[in-house]
Ligand binder design. Structure first.
Ligand code: SF4
Length: 326
């Protein structure tokens, strides 16, 4: 008997780039645009959880917002084989229905006296305008219970809630339109470490129950070990390394990933180490020529300044963008 055909990836991303124009003049800016994400490719299966790690400004948030249809991008985003973005498509409705980003609720929302029910049902009203108020309320009540909150919370104002409850409200809002892919970008900065861990645990549990593909974003790769089957590291909008989680964390090949891991271990141990990644990355508007990590890389040679390395296979399902990793 023939093997069944492999299922289409839940999410398939090709040549995704995000450019933006800075406000005002920026001296020396190439092409007048800043490149926040550069030619990213990604495949994700149903029920799979993967993670992106990288320091602040590495492009994680721009990538998350582009995938969720919240910021302009070029390239292709397919969900279950269906093109949702395409370079010519301007309408992001289908993209926003299929892929939802759990975002911290902006401070401005807290100041407004909006009810939890209105905040959670916002995507529902945008995507399914024909639903009446009763249908929306029933859906929101069920969602609140699904994320472990009482349905009566619908009537409360956001500002009456503590940070862990607000994070769950943001999760309920992301689930509201029954997405196929969920993105979770560093949840509420006001959560402490234990609250953040328990929030991510809930996100992962619900993603598994609902058979969603899940992408987590974090500064440190080690913070993602427990949840992800695969990790990618990023700097200046480019993927530096991609591998199964244990391979990346226990046998990182790329100098940038190694520096990220060393830095996290030093911080945990309270040591002020000499890790090169501690220096700030060059500004996005002035990316280095060649390998973008070369100004901070302890192994850099002249070839690293002359030419840009591209991701290539360095082990089973293991890829690195470095001239000297074999
Ligand atoms: S290509 Fe060169 S600069 Fe870039 S990571 Fe490898 S050794 Fe370092």
């Amino acid at each position: 008997m023939n093997d069944p055909a492999p299922a289409k990836p839940r999410l398939s991303v090709r040549h995704l780039s995000v450019h933006f124009r800075p406000r005002g003049l920026v001296a020396g800016l190439r092409h007048g645009r800043i490149l926040a994400v550069d030619d990213l490719h990604l495949d994700l299966r149903r029920g799979e959880t993967i993670g992106f790690a990288g320091e602040s400004g590495c492009g994680k948030s721009a990538l998350a917002r582009a995938l969720a249809g919240l910021t302009p991008m070029t390239g292709s985003i397919r969900c279950d084989g269906e093109e949702l973005a395409g370079t010519a498509q301007k309408d992001t409705t289908a993209l926003q229905r299929a892929i939802q980003l759990i975002e911290e609720i902006p401070l401005a929302e807290l100041k407004l006296r909006r009810r939890v029910g209105d905040i959670v049902s916002e995507p529902l009203r945008a995507q399914y305008p024909k639903l009446d108020a009763k249908q929306r309320d029933a859906h929101v009540a069920a969602l609140l219970m699904r994320v472990g909150l009482p349905s009566e919370l619908m009537q409360k104002q956001l500002k009456e809630l503590d940070a862990p409850t607000r994070a769950r409200v943001a999760l309920a809002r992301a689930l509201c339109v029954q997405p196929k892919v969920l993105l979770c970008d560093a949840p509420d900065a006001s959560l402490d470490a234990a609250q953040r861990e328990s929030f991510i645990e809930l996100v992962v549990e619900l993603a598994q129950q609902l058979d969603l593909a899940l992408v987590l974003f974090a500064r440190e790769p080690l913070a993602l070990r427990r949840w992800c089957s695969r990790l990618l590291t990023m700097t200046l909008g480019k993927v530096m390394e991609q591998a199964p989680t244990d391979a990346l964390l226990d046998a990182a090949r790329h100098p940038y990933t190694r520096a990220l891991l060393t830095q996290a271990l030093e911080e945990d141990a309270g040591v002020d180490g000499k890790s090169k990644v501690k220096s700030l990355p060059p500004p996005l508007q002035h990316p280095p020529m060649g390998c973008v990590f070369h100004p901070r890389c302890p192994l850099a040679e002249s070839a690293c300044v002359r030419s840009e390395p591209h991701l290539r296979r360095v082990g089973p399902e293991h890829y690195a963008a470095c001239h000297f990793v074999g």
